[in-house]
Design a protein around this ligand. Sequence first.
Ligand code: NAD
Length: 360
Amino acid sequence: MNRIVVLPGDGIGPEVTAQAVRVLEHVAQQQGIELECVEEQIGGASIDALGTPLRDEVVALCRQSQAVLLGAVGGPAWDAMAVDVRPEKGLLKIRKELGLFANLRPAAVIPALADASTLRPEVVKGIDLLVVRELTGGIYFGEPKGRGESGGVRRAWNTMVYDEHEVARIARVAFEQARLRRNHLTHVHKANVLDVSQLWMDVVEEVAKDYSDVELVHQLVDSCAMLLVRDPGRFDVIVTGNLFGDILSDQAAEITGSLGMLPSASLATGGFGLYEPVHGSAPDIAGHDKANPLAAILSVAMLLETSLECPAGAAAVRDAVASVLGAGHRTADLLLEGEQREVVGCVAMGDHVLAALGDA
Ligand code: NAD
């Protein structure tokens, strides 16, 4: 039996997750996978009900599971809370406690949605890249950190720190992913300024010796940011640390123009992963059946592929999504300006994907 912990979270999280679970259970039945989905709380929903953004019991349950499917956390109701007890703390805790060190964010332009990008069509054509971001180290977790005051002057500090093992394991994930794709890896750094980046250069080069079939390029983070908008089609897999990856993965997502379409995976060693849409809790549309569930549904495809080792199920989900879009079905966020088309809601979009998957 494969146990999946479902953490719907806040805002549109429960709406998109409900459709994703329907798709997961349907495909599992088609593929003969035994599945048990257990729902728990995270984020603001957990704060309101239980006084904490993530209970230790939920972390323990996740440890005894194959994968976690998450919706989104946060919203205006909890914005005024202190950083240490906010909904986002639940996300940081689950990443750290479960050792989710590798964040995979694919950004590809689906042909039926190519016009949604703010970039010119000839620049957008052929975007199909994957950002592999180190997620549990670097400046977001490094010590010392804090704020203080000296002689009436306020100061604040954070520490960017990596050891060679942390760099080597994320580099290996990235090289493996490149092998599954187009055998090209761009390592993004700031080695002209940062000692940390110089260590990354050395270690990535050492790991590269085991992957002579993958072409490796080192790229400064500032020039990478420029190239992502000028010539994004040149990238296959990008690997980088937590801070640069946070920024570049959002930039890569935005150039596809479809936030409601983008899935992600955060992996630990041994195939365990947490899967979630890239978008947030979208409080502006929550509760109105307007959310696009496709990013959550495509996260299910990543879950099937990686944690349930079912590439056929993953391909079925991706094909179903492409065929639903090809048939012209759109949630409101996918409509282009001035486009006249019937709009479907979150549940109806889930219905269309299920229909495209065929009988269980
Ligand atoms: P957001 O992604 O929630 O929304 C940005 C815009 O995109 C909104 O107009 C929203 O309506 C739209 N949108 C997002 N997802 C959509 C979908 N699936 N279908 C249709 N439209 C969609 O980002 P935000 O507004 O900056 O943040 C809202 C809240 O979400 C904040 O509390 C933030 O902290 C949180 N957040 C959580 C996560 C996460 O849980 N991983 C990620 C980002 C933001």
